[in-house]
Design a binder for this molecule. Sequence first.
Ligand code: OGA
Ligand code: MN
Length: 292
Amino acid sequence: MPLQFTPLHPLFAAEASGFDLAKPLSTEQIREIDEGMNKYAVLVFRNQPLDQDQQIDFAKSFGPLDLGLRKLKRNPHRFRHEELIDISNVNPDGQVAARDHAKVVGNIANQLWHSDSSFQRPRAKYSMLQAITLTSWGGETEFADLRAAYDALPEHLRRDAEGRSAEHYALHSRVMLGDDQYTEEQRNSIPPVEWPLVETHAGSGRKLLYVGIHCRRVPGMTLAEGRMLIMDLIEHATQTQFVYRHQWRVGDLVIWDNRATLHRGRRFDVTERRELRRTTTEDIDTAAQLAA
Ligand code: OGA
Ligand code: MN
C-alpha cells in the first residue's frame, strides 16, 4: 500500500499513514517518504512506538546520523546508541532533573526558533522525534515553513537578505540563556559556519529563507544591523500563518526537514517529566556540493 498523506496545514505538514516504521523500509518506501518530505517538509506518523534500535535503523535509512551538541559534551547517556538524542528533562539516573540542571537549559534552548545543527557542516537534514512521556500541559512543538516565508517576504527585507549569508554558531543561543560555562577548547571545537540567507530547497526547487536562533551575525553588516535583520527575518518567518503546531500523543513520530523549516518547543512545567527521543540525519548532499 502506498503512503497516504492528510494535510495538517494549508501550506505544509501532513499526517502520513500506511507504513509500519518498526520494520525495515524498502527502497520504494524510503522514496515515498522522501517525496512526502520534499512536498510537506513535516510528516506526522501517529501511533508508531519504536524501540531504540528501531528508531536508529529507521533513521539510518535516510543517511548518516548527526550527534548535535553531544560532540561537545559527552555527558553520561541513557541510551544504547550515541546517535539517539535525549530530548528530555530526565537525568541519566532516571529522575527528573533539577530546574537549574544543564539538561533543562537544553530544553529551554529548544523553545527558541531553530533548525537543528545549522551551526555545523554538514548541517542537519531530517530530524525524527518520538514522544515517550508527555506533560499535563504545554510542550507542543511548532514548525514554520521557510519556503512560504520566503514567498511572502516584503520587498525591503528580501533586498537585505538576498545575496547575504549569516554566521551560525553552536553556543550562541546557550550563552544567551546564561549557559556559558564552556572551556576555550569547547568554544572552538564547533567553529561557526556561514549559510546563505536565501537558498533553493534541494527537495522542492523552491526558494527559502534560512534563518534561526543559531545566527549570530551577518558578515558585511554591522553587528547591530545584522542582528536586527536576523530578528526581523525570524519574526517574519514565524508568523502564525506559516506555523503548524503539533499537539503530541505518546507514540507519535514526527519527521521534519531542517533545511526547509524552523521549529521550537513550547512552555511546559519543567518539574514534570517530558521525554522524547530524536534521531537526525546529516545533510551530506549540500556538504558535497559545497566541497565540489
Ligand atoms: C528537538 C527540539 C523541541 C521540543 O528535538 O530538536 O527542538 O518540543 N525539540 O522538544
Ligand atoms: Mn531542535
